[in-house]
Design a binder for this molecule. Structure first.
Ligand code: CP
Length: 309
């Protein structure tokens, strides 16, 4: 595999060039072949030690990074904030410097605070990958989402993608907007006014409050979860009303003039933003996204490891 990234850390999609994203995709193509072979392991990161630091809950991202690291033959240690000495008052930098003293090369971190990954990259001597920082960015999710669109529809350029739901609290939305626009897709956001951030117009995306109109416009609908854990006030009267206005069900999907592709980053709240018959339908690529996440994360870690020094 040829080529180098323009960055030493992956703190956000904003820092990546189009060439970086395409290099990650072509590298992920190779790793996708690897993980579908009977022997799924390659020795690419045999001398690399990676620590996964998760200060927030995760299923997909954490397991996907761990599996990607194991497929690349890296040495892996994992850490959850709830079982660590962070609860005794240790700072983030002290925690990470103690981990680095054990000769760790790369840190994968999920943190509730926006900017935590960038802060770490500026203050410790290790490569940092952002696995989600508050409501800011989730770069590997956006990469696997765009990669899944490329796989399903042949290309991303010119495709119309609507991101539906809680845009205000979503790092997935922001990273997807940056990534899809860099790759030449048209992006729309759809949701109640209270869940669309005021700065959205500055990002050059369309805004639509009518779900049917948004679905008629798009090729792909990325349905987001309502992030109740990040909501300090009430943004809509009830989940039931939200579902009536912004939930997708099979009757709505089947009534559209064209066949669209359904995505969801997970975790899915079945019956809220998406019904089971849509999530499990042949128009949904939700589990393809999860499969592609391993190949994308293998590609990101492989390419970053090549940047060390
Ligand atoms: N998509 C995503 O970030 O899922 P997890 O919170 O389970 O990692």
């Amino acid at each position: 595999m040829e080529g180098k990234l323009s960055v030493k850390n992956l703190t956000g999609i904003q820092d990546l060039t189009v060439d970086d994203i395409n290099l990650i995709f072509t590298t992920a193509d190779t790793f996708k072949d690897v993980i579908n072979r009977p022997i799924k392991k390659v020795p690419s990161l045999r001398d690399v030690t990676i620590a996964n630091l998760f200060f927030e809950n995760s299923t997909r991202t954490r397991l996907s990074f761990e599996l990607a690291q194991k497929r690349l033959s890296a040495d892996v240690i994992s850490f959850s904030a709830s079982s660590s000495s962070v609860s005794k008052g240790e700072t983030l930098i002290d925690t990470v410097n103690n981990i680095l003293a054990m000769k760790v090369d790369m840190i994968v971190m999920r943190h509730p605070n926006a900017g935590a990954a960038l802060f770490l990259s500026q203050n410790v001597k290790a490569q940092i990958i952002n696995a989600g920082d508050g409501a800011h960015e989730h770069p590997t999710q956006a990469l696997l989402d765009a990669y899944s669109i490329r796989e399903k529809l042949g290309k991303v350029k010119g495709k119309r993608v609507v991101i539906v739901g809680d845009i205000l609290h979503s790092r997935v939305a922001l990273s997807n907007i940056f990534c899809l626009q860099k790759l030449g897709a048209e992006v729309m956001v759809c949701g109640p006014t209270t869940l669309i951030p005021k700065y959205i117009n500055a990002l050059g995306v369309r805004v639509e409050h009518d779900l049917r109109k948004a679905l008629e416009w798009c090729d792909i609908a990325n349905m987001l979860r309502i992030q109740l854990e990040r909501q300090d006030i009430k943004y809509f009267p009830s989940l039931r009303e939200y579902t009536m206005m912004y939930g997708i069900n099979k009757a709505l999907l089947n009534s559209l003039k064209k066949r669209i592709t359904i995505m969801h980053p997970g975790p899915v709240n079945r019956g809220v933003e998406i019904t089971s018959d849509v999530a499990d339908s042949d128009q949904s690529i939700i589990l393809d996204q999860v499969e592609n996440g391993v190949a994308i994360r293998m590609a990101v870690m492989y390419l970053l490891a090549g940047q060390k020094g």
